[in-house]
Design a protein. Structure first.
Length: 148
């Protein structure tokens, strides 16, 4: 058996053909090759959908707190009424401002900072969630998916 070394580890080529493979009871797919690929994304751990965020933005809840990660100079539209504004670069130092009895839901204009905030929160031992999408808040406080 020849070992390959192209950046992959533990790669081996099996020295058997299809007939031998089938004789040992291993499955072999037959029939026409699928012509269409269907992508079914699985949500990442800790994610909250934009619809869930919009729902939470409509009313204050006792179990969660929304955390807007935008920097002050980015805020041209109002914050969600019950949200905290803690820029990502200050989050680690300001985690204590988030009530311990509430689960933070992080969001930002792209989703990237929200995921970083989620990782910081988890590292600190906090249960938390984040929106894995860009969030836009209009002048009336409505939440929607940011246009890309």
């Amino acid at each position: 058996m020849r070992r390959l070394n192209k950046g992959y580890h533990e790669v081996r080529v099996l020295p058997v053909g299809v007939a031998e493979w089938q004789q040992t009871g291993h499955p072999v797919a037959t029939g026409p090759t699928e012509q269409r690929i269907t992508y079914r994304p699985e949500p990442k751990p800790g994610t909250v959908g934009i619809d869930q965020l919009a729902e939470m933005a409509k009313a204050s809840r006792d179990d969660v707190v929304l955390v807007d990660l935008r920097n002050p100079e980015e805020i041209t539209e109002p914050l969600i009424e019950h949200a905290l504004n803690i820029p990502l670069d200050q989050l680690e130092a300001r985690l204590a401002e988030i009530p311990a009895d509430r689960i933070p839901i992080f969001y930002c204009p792209t989703g990237a900072r929200a995921e970083m905030a989620y990782n910081l929160g988890m590292k600190a031992g906090r249960e938390c969630h984040y929106v894995d999408a860009g969030v836009t808040i209009d002048r009336t406080g409505n939440v929607r998916l940011a246009s890309r």
